[in-house]
Ligand binder design. Structure first.
Ligand SMILES: Cc1cc2nc3c(=O)[nH]c(=O)nc-3n(C[C@H](O)[C@H](O)[C@H](O)COP(=O)(O)O)c2cc1C
Length: 194
């Protein structure tokens, strides 16, 4: 099972890095696997520091701002309790982990991690198709470097419709910001996120 999450790690200059990542959990959730692409800051930070925090969240804007690195204000952070890594103050679950093994022999690394602490935060808002549609759009746009534009462009209108019909105002604003970012990337011809 893959849970789309926000992973926090520490950059080489000591600042915190937030990145949307899929986390693959083992059945009893004592281990997890991350699959960062080579060249991502998350992979570099995990290699250097060997620790981080996976956050389960239901805030579409957090996914969009972490992906695009366009913060009006960065979300409140704190130090994790067991590992030396930054952790969000607001989350549904925060899962501190220690890296046990990195296999970076392919373009997408396998990072095996041991869960060392878990925190339960506020209750989830429940299943919302609008939120899920923003996440799907984020994933598509995060792959702008290697997906054909036609594949992205053909899926956006359907996702937009779901967001408009079922999302809350934050989901709608997050989708708008994401699409602005996408239009900027495609009009400047410089694909890539962050
Ligand atoms: C929901 C979601 C899941 C993602 N999962 C991954 C992933 O598993 N591995 C990866 O390398 N990138 C993934 N991405 C793309 C990264 O978030 C994106 O490339 C980001 O810019 C990497 O940031 P970083 O360089 O700070 O690590 C995902 C994006 C989204 C929106």
């Amino acid at each position: 099972m893959i849970i789309e999450s926000i992973v926090t790690t520490t950059n080489s200059d000591g600042t915190g890095n937030l990145s949307p990542m899929g986390a693959v959990f083992g059945i009893d959730r004592t281990i997890l696997e991350l699959r960062p692409f080579s060249g991502s800051r998350t992979l570099e930070n995990l290699r250097q520091r060997m620790v981080g925090v996976v956050h389960l969240v239901d805030d579409a804007m957090l996914f969009v701002r972490s992906l695009t690195d366009t913060w009006e204000e960065r979300p409140p952070m704190q130090l994790a309790t067991v590992v030396a890594a930054p952790m969000l103050k607001e989350y549904l679950r925060a899962i501190e982990f220690q890296v046990k093994f990195v296999d970076d022999s392919s373009h997408r690394a396998n990072v095996m991690c041991e869960v060392v602490e878990q925190h339960i935060g506020r209750p989830p808002r429940g299943i919302c198709r609008g939120l899920n549609a923003v996440i799907e759009a984020c994933i598509l746009i995060s792959r702008v470097d290697f997906l054909p534009a036609s594949e992205i462009d053909s899926q956006i209108p359907g996702l937009q419709k779901i967001v408009d019909k079922t999302g809350n105002p934050q989901d709608i604003a997050a989708m708008e910001l994401l699409l602005q970012h996408y239009r900027k990337l495609t009009s400047s011809g410089s694909a890539g996120n962050k």
